[in-house]
Design a protein around this ligand. Structure first.
Ligand code: MCN
Ligand code: CUN
Length: 793
């Protein structure tokens, strides 16, 4: 990959944050293969669990015969839904106030649903024994086509819910319908398109798993889990299992990628716990790739009817959309309670509008549950794809250049903080500057000229633009909670007597480099080198409470907590330094790493000296008992709104419909940049996601509900072969409310890149009169579009 940075400040190695390219502290263990993942954990006497899954999408369970499996010499337990019913554990609460079957009792509701759990001496025996379980299914008609889920004659999937007579989950709206209708009625131009964001899957390298170790003597459960949110999981386990929180320790060791796949609580985690309680031994459960793809949290699955109203000279006035959201068999999405469609209502994008309205209808189908995953920023992915696709539809209709059309409609710098029409307050932005940098980096005018020349020869070249605004860092507690837990995060900083520090976080890294970047924040604030700061996370016994990592909230929320906790340490250090120097605190000034007497720089104390004083025998001022530490719970005043301008160049093979991504220019703005190298890595990963979703990734189903994306033979993800050398750059527009001005970056590229790729493909196909194509733009779909035929399923 080529790394291209045009900002000369990027080479300033002297600052711990902002410009340094500090290498990742975690990498020495990862590149040596010394990471410690859940599946690396081996406890004395540990047993292994395996899950029997439903082969069909919708069926009554007539009977389950476990006799033969139990007779297997290495099997210690076979657990069914009936057994769990006895423990009141057959159903568990989801993160969306629904319930989900841990093991099916009455019916199975999607292919791959959990039906029985075998605990055996080794993994092979557990798997072998699954085949000895005899389940008699009475197959029912499945609901697969989401458009038919609300038909009056559709089979009712959730007949377990009292009085449920249909497959409707929720209707949710944002914006002002009447105002929007009025603007639409007087607009010169209205464009409409049905835009589908298909079901995809985050597919992290490491699948989900757990090792549960229940100690019957002291009643303590230690649970090693692939989780992005250890504290939230602990509280949920406390509620489900009826154990007090201090008797539960959740440890989330190294995680091999989460991407939202490791936010929810899966039946497998609960079953490992039950298995350990039943057998009195530690139980490990780790799913395989097909189980991961078929049963754990999928992403997207939104059918969106998009509409834009504009003037004939290209002023966008209003947007409107109606969405059918396929939530699968259980409503198990993970998002702030008030927002059943996540933050989808940021679909107004980066544009200054007069009105907006969206309505989202959530429905049950016979598919795996989930919905909020895959670097989605709580459905901002869907929102950005919709608006950025629709702006291109409008540009095509008006015959305007898509870059100029966007620039014309941007929210202007002096309009920030900007209140959009669906209830968000964007914190800061200089959109045009970022867009122009991307155009310049791309050589946009030359590209358009090249395209025109190629079209003369029948060559298909496309240029696609996307300009996205994200909303990340959930969130203010008064607006945002998950199952009643407010979305604030704690941080704790301790400076040891010798001046080395430890910072304890409530969030958990899955590859984002927190061990490095959070040390950098402490280093910046207190002036000791990042190498001397240990980041502790992923263990509820060792870290303060907080809601965890997702929605790119670690930097916006936990990063704020760390900065403020470190500042508290600095202030405490000031009082101690004053005592040590026998001056008044007001007489001290701070420079990186030390307090000194104003006007007498030679007289001062470094943090290490102050730390020793604080732990030693220095006579401390009233109110300071000793030690150098501080704790903060940070409740952010608002979310942060990172953004970016992306330009994709594709070549389409006219003979086969194959799309090649030739170039991709990404200019991101995430405010203050803590670690440029890590940011770049986040962007590279997200862009790769975007190319994958736009061109090849797809979880489909046949009409019986068989999952057609259940292996990497069918669910295609891009490799280095399918992606170009990324061309990245950036602008810096700090968040005015974040303690260090940082906004999130972890999901920006995944959110922003799919529309750039699809817009490029549609642009390439413009000579055929194509104005829209649904993802993934596979060769057969592209080829069919060139023939003027409908998209193949
Ligand atoms: N960062 C920075 N400067 C900023 C913003 C962020 O240096 N202005 C750094 C952070 O300090 C952090 C990383 O970039 O090391 C990502 O930060 P942030 O945007 O706060 O996102 P989170 O740490 O909360 O990570 C979550 C986000 C999500 S929600 C998904 S999904 C996703 C993503 O991160 N999953 C990932 N990126 C991933 N990257 C890897 N390798 N693995 C995953 O599972
Ligand atoms: Cu939506 S995927 Mo990330 O927020 O864990």
């Amino acid at each position: 990959m080529t790394v291209t940075e045009t900002n000369p400040a990027a080479t300033d190695e002297n600052r711990p944050i902002g410009f340094g390219r500090l290498q990742r502290k975690e990498d020495p263990r990862f590149v040596r293969g010394k990471g410690r993942y859940v599946d690396d954990i081996v406890l004395p006497g540990m047993l292994h669990g395996a899950i029997l899954r439903s082969p069909v999408a919708h069926a009554k369970i007539v009977s389950i015969d476990t006799t033969e499996a139990l007779a297997h010499p290495k099997v210690l337990a076979v657990i069914t839904g009936k057994d769990l019913e006895g423990l009141n554990l057959a159903w568990a609460p989801t993160l969306s106030y629904d319930v989900q079957a841990v093991l099916a009792t009455d019916k199975v509701r999607f292919q791959g649903q959990e039906v029985a759990f075998v605990v055996a001496e080794d993994r092979y025996a557990a798997r072998d024994a699954l085949e000895l379980i005899d389940v008699d299914y009475d197959v029912l008609e499945p609901v697969i086509d989401v458009r038919k889920a609300l038909d009056s004659d559709a089979p009712v999937i959730r007949d377990d819910l009292a009085d449920k007579t249909n497959n409707h989950i929720f209707d949710w709206e944002a914006g002002d319908a009447a105002e929007t209708d009025a603007v639409f009625a007087r607009a010169d131009v209205v464009v409409t398109e049905e835009v589908i964001y298909p079901r995809v899957h985050p597919a992290p390298m490491e699948t989900c798993g757990a090792v549960a170790d229940y100690d019957p003597i002291d009643g303590k459960l230690t649970l090693y889990e692939t989780t992005q949110a250890p504290h939230a999981h602990r509280t949920l386990f406390a509620l489900v299992a009826g154990l007090p929180e201090h008797k539960i320790r959740v440890i989330s060791p190294d995680i091999g990628g989460g991407f939202g796949n490791k936010v929810g609580i899966y039946p497998g985690y609960i079953l490992a716990v039950v298995g350990s309680i039943v057998t009195g031994k530690p139980v490990k459960w780790v799913e395989d790739r097909s189980e991961n793809l078929m049963s754990t949290s999928f992403a997207r699955d939104y059918i969106m009817k998009g509409e834009i109203a504009a003037t004939s000279d290209g002023r966008i006035l209003a947007v409107r959309t109606n969405v059918i959201a396929d939530h699968g068999a259980f409503n198990a999405t993970a998002q702030p309670t008030k927002y059943p469609a996540g933050f989808f209502h940021i679909f107004t994008g980066s544009y200054d509008l007069q009105a907006a309205y969206c309505k989202v209808t959530g429905v049950y189908t016979n598919k795996a549950p989930g919905g909020v995953a895959y670097a989605c920023s709580f459905r901002v992915t869907e929102a950005v794809y919709l608006i950025e696709r629709m702006v291109d539809v409008l540009a095509a209709k008006l015959g305007h250049d898509p870059a100029q059309l966007r620039i014309k409609n941007f929210i202007q710098p002096d309009q920030f903080p900007y209140a959009n029409k669906t209830g968000w307050e964007y914190d800061s932005g200089e959109y045009e500057k970022t867009m122009r940098l991307a155009l310049e980096r791309a050589g946009y005018d030359d590209l358009r000229q090249e395209q025109a020349e190629k079209r003369q020869n029948g060559e298909l070249m496309g240029i696609g633009i996307s300009f996205f605004t994200e909303t990340v860092g959930a969130g203010p507690r008064r607006h945002m909670d998950i199952l009643g837990l407010g979305m604030a995060d704690g941080a704790e900083v301790r400076v040891h007597p010798t001046g080395k520090a430890v910072v304890r976080l409530s969030v958990q890294t899955q590859g984002q480099g927190h061990e490095t970047t959070f040390a950098q924040i402490v280093a910046e604030e207190i002036g000791i080198p990042p190498e001397d700061i240990e980041v502790v996370h992923g263990d509820t016994d060792q870290t303060p409470f907080g809601l965890g990592t997702y929605g790119s909230r670690s930097t916006p929320v936990s990063g704020g907590a760390v900065a403020l906790a470190t500042r508290k340490v600095r202030e405490k250090a000031k009082l101690i330094a004053a005592a040590m120097l026998e001056v008044r605190p007001e007489d001290l000034e701070w420079e990186k790493g030390r307090w000194f007497v104003a006007g007498d720089p030679s007289s001062g104390k470094t943090i290490a000296e102050i730390a020793m004083g604080a732990h030693g025998t220095v006579d401390l001022p009233d109110g300071i008992d000793g030690n150098l530490d501080a704790e903060v719970t940070y409740n952010p005043p608002n979310l942060t709104f990172p953004y970016g301008a992306y330009i994709c160049v594709v070549d389409v093979d006219p003979g086969t419909g194959h799309v090649k991504v030739r170039r991709f220019i990404a200019v991101d703005d995430c405010g203050t940049r803590i670690n440029p190298m890590i940011i770049e890595g986040q962007v590279h990963g997200g862009l790769t996601d975007g190319v994958g979703m736009a061109l090849m990734e797809f979880i489909g189903f046949d009409e019986s509900g068989n999952c057609l994306g259940g292996s990497f033979m069918d669910y295609l993800i891009p490799t280095a072969m399918e992606v170009p050398d990324w061309e990245t750059d950036y602008t810096v527009t700090p968040s005015p409310h974040h303690p260090i001005g940082a906004k999130g970056i972890g999901e920006s590229a995944t959110v922003g890149s799919p529309p750039a790729v699809v817009n490029a493909v549609v642009d390439a196909l413009a000579p055929f009169g194509v104005t829209h194509l649904d993802m993934p733009c596979t060769p057969d779909r592209v080829w069919a579009a060139m023939q003027g035929r409908a998209t193949p399923p």
